[in-house]
Ligand binder design. Sequence first.
Ligand code: M6R
Length: 615
Amino acid sequence: MCGIVGYIGNREAYPIIINGLKRLEYRGYDSAGIALYDGKTIQLCKTKGKVADLEANVEKEICKTGNLGIGHTRWATHGVPNDVNSHPHYSNSGDLVIIHNGIIENYTSIKKELINRGYTFSSDTDTEVLVNLIEDVKKKENVKLGKAVQIALNQVVGAYAIAIFDKNKPDEIVVAKLGSPLAIGIGDDEFFIASDASPFIEFTNNAIYLEDEEMAIIRKGRDIEIRKIKDDSIVAPYVQELQLNLEQIEKGGYDYFMLKEIYEQPSVIKDTFRGRLLADKGIIRLGGLEDYIEKFINADRIIIVACGTSWHAGLVAEYIFEDWARIPVEVEYASEFRYRNPVITEKDVVIAISQSGETADTLAAIKLAKEKGAFVYGICNVVGSTISRATHSGTYTHAGPEIGVASTKAFTTQITVLTMIALKLARVKGTISQSDYMLHLRELDIIPSKVAKALKKNDEIEEIAKVFKDATNFLYLGRGYNFPVALEGALKLKEISYIHAEGYPAAEMKHGPIALIDEQMPIVVIAVNSNHYDKVVSNIQEIKSRKGIIIAVVTEGDTVVRELADYIMEVPNTPETLSPLVTTIPLQLLSYHIALMLDRNVDQPRNLAKAVTVE
Ligand code: M6R
């Protein structure tokens, strides 16, 4: 994880680096640091804490001058978050300065070797080992920085996006990538380096995304030189035009990104199906899918790999794919999938779901599936992300940047894409009736207005949050299509409020969790119109008889559950198949309000990071 930023050009680097780090804080926020170079003196400042803490320290400790700078916001992997372990790190001579996102897995053996050769270390990090390895190679081989980086990286095992400069070369930064993302913004006579394009979007629309095992030597006033790390061969740069704009990465009047992103859902769901869903004409057209429909239809099974919220979207997909397209689906935690020697064949289609497109576990699962000959389809939000490039084909969700660490609009737009794919396949396969197909197209088309209506209940949900903000445990129950929503509701609550919460299929309650129920236990039950409605009502009765407190998500106009529940959160009537798109809204709002009332940082919950690029 971690976010890295760099600049080389004619402007002062400091404001670019600091603002860039603030935009990348979603990637990690336990410590931050910056190094600025004016050609004479390196100014380095780093601290435990957030970028705002770094800013305060910079004011006291260093000059903010230099046209070259690198900065880092950290999510600790090796060594506790403290000032010393924060990046950037110097080499022993003080000539080289590095920032690093990733993990050097064989750092212990390299460190031993370097200690034998007289190197000393002040931090516990793998990064300090790497910078000294590069220094050692540079001295031993008597080569320039770029060559030393290339040789050294061939000795390391792990993942990295690094930016490094040499005090003796004030016009040069060397960057390299394997596993972790790295974008280079190209300006007029200036270059920007970052984990994603957000830090430099107001300066340039042109960027190069380094591929794995590539490095670049970036010199002020010169063309970028991209090389393969393996054999030092030259690679022709591919400059992309960015689609991002500044407005998308700002809070737009909301106090928190999470709230902004919750409220964006009606419009981003529309963006997800814009030009792809032509409801009146009965057409679904997904560019990435058209050429591969046969692969899906003839697949023995679809295996969905993902993590966290994206995994929950995959669980919803299991219901809709099997229901409509009659293709067997397995949904796997990407992190488990790769380690259990799964049976995958060329007849399998693997769908990888990832908002960030950078999740290391999901990426590893994709690589494994490809090795075994499966066709891999990606559903990502971040355009140009590693997963979107590693898959054979795919569909972007077009939700726009999701900056709040808790995933909200990513979930609903992922489900929107998966719904379109399932409907399309069912149509081609003939496993859905014409009337059902048309009904769902029309219903999907009007889902944004239903989501908007569900959001209007915000004030009522805030009142419910006031009642339960001090609860120490929550249960979330749902059946069928809304079982994954129960899991997602519980995840949202735990990750931003730090209240323990469990999601369960409602019927499983009697196989264990029912023992937890007493008059203190709030139980959120998703009890909207569905084939299982009566069964859910029975589950609610079972909870009531044990004095549990029911907070029910119900369909507008419901009378039965309203009578039984202690609190209700209404959502518009929707076909059960599409109901996760609306039932998830009150659960997002409930978590948001509870967390806020507990004074939590809802955008940057403790110990988490947005893009989990470590395994
Ligand atoms: O970027 P991805 O969708 O691959 O991320 C997967 C999970 O890390 C992510 O969904 C995580 O669980 C969120 N914090 C949930 O809100």
